[in-house]
Ligand binder design. Structure first.
Ligand SMILES: Nc1ncnc2c1ncn2[C@@H]1O[C@H](COP(=O)(O)OP(=O)(O)OP(=O)(O)O)[C@@H](O)[C@H]1O
Ligand SMILES: [Mg+2]
Length: 294
């Protein structure tokens, strides 16, 4: 049987009884709205507007090297971004004063100045312009002022600095040790947990990771092995293969680091060819970039 072209019967559309997969596909396409605040507490870096990147540097155990990494990372970034890198001491009285030659009897600028800072125009009062190009927020002046560094103060300071600075680096004590540095972790783009290749540090690293997971920050936490190769320490290869750790950087043990710390110098300035300085440059060159909400 022949039909003229116009008479040709249309093929009947297939009857679709049940589009089981359609809803699922749609769900995938729609971006899920990220919760950025809970009970008005910022719980994600996207809760704070501003272009700056916030990096928390914390030690698994005391003395693992958070101050050394934080100061040298800030110095390295300040080489190409002078006065656009803020380094904040959240470790109470802290050692940044001593490391950078800002003892309390010579430098009165301190983190509690931020109690009276309410807008971008005032922030210069809370920052010490160091010759390295780093803008420093030194720790409290007296030990008994440590408890005044409240989460509210931390959030205010970070909100303002994120709008005005390119990098904000926080030197923090081990998490969960009776301090408020959890507030910084919640809004940090990256969290570096510095640990040493020794048993006590590894045990506390696990503890620290658990704390970060309870805060919901685990996706932003990266381990940095410091003092790799220290006599008697666990070997780096063994750590990676046996513990399945996601190690972002391996910083070698180097006597030069201790020497330069004692001279109040930064490795990336004075010993840039030392293995430690090179490892730090590698670390800075492969910092993960977090996707930002639009
Ligand atoms: N890679 C390294 N090689 C050699 N010595 C290092 C290295 N990193 C840090 N140190 C030394 O280890 C000691 C502790 O370092 P640092 O003060 O940076 O640690 P921390 O975690 O900030 O300590 P704290 O918990 O006391 O604040 C210092 O004497 C420092 O000079
Ligand atoms: Mg320290």
């Amino acid at each position: 049987m022949f039909f003229k072209k116009k008479d040709k019967p249309k093929l009947q559309e297939e009857v679709v009884l049940w589009k089981a997969n359609e809803g699922r596909a749609k769900l995938k396409e729609e971006p899920r709205e990220e919760a950025v605040r809970m009970f008005n507490i910022p719980i994600s870096p996207n809760a704070l507007i501003g272009h700056g990147r916030i990096y928390t540097v914390q030690s698994a155990a005391k003395g693992d090297g958070s101050t050394t990494i934080a100061v040298n990372l800030a110095a390295l970034l300040a080489l190409s971004n002078p006065e656009r890198v803020a380094l904040i001491d959240l470790d109470g009285y802290g050692s940044i004063r001593s490391r950078m030659g800002l003892p309390a009897d010579e430098c009165l600028v301190n983190i509690l100045d931020w109690e009276d800072i309410h807008g971008p125009r005032d922030i210069v009062r809370g920052l010490y312009n160091h010759s390295s190009g780093i803008m420093v927020v030194p720790g409290v002046i007296h030990y008994d002022h440590e408890e005044k560094v409240t989460p509210t103060l931390i959030f205010k300071m970070l909100t303002l600095l994120k709008e005005t600075h390119d990098y904000i680096i926080l030197d923090c004590p081990p998490a969960g040790t009776g301090n408020n540095t959890w507030a910084a972790a919640l809004v940090s783009d990256l969290i570096f947990t510095v640990f040493k290749p020794d048993r006590a540090s590894l045990d506390l690293l696990n503890e620290n990771n658990g704390f970060m997971a309870r805060l919901g920050c685990q996706d932003r936490v990266y381990a940095v092995l410091n003092q790799a190769g220290i006599p008697g320490g666990i070997r780096a290869g063994e750590l990676e293969s046996r513990l399945g750790l996601n190690i972002l950087g391996i910083m070698p043990y180097s006597v030069a680091v201790a020497e330069e710390n004692n001279r109040r110098q930064m490795m990336v300035h004075s010993r840039e060819r030392d293995d430690f300085a090179r490892a730090l440059q590698m670390l800075a060159g492969r910092l993960p970039v977090r996707e930002r909400a639009v």
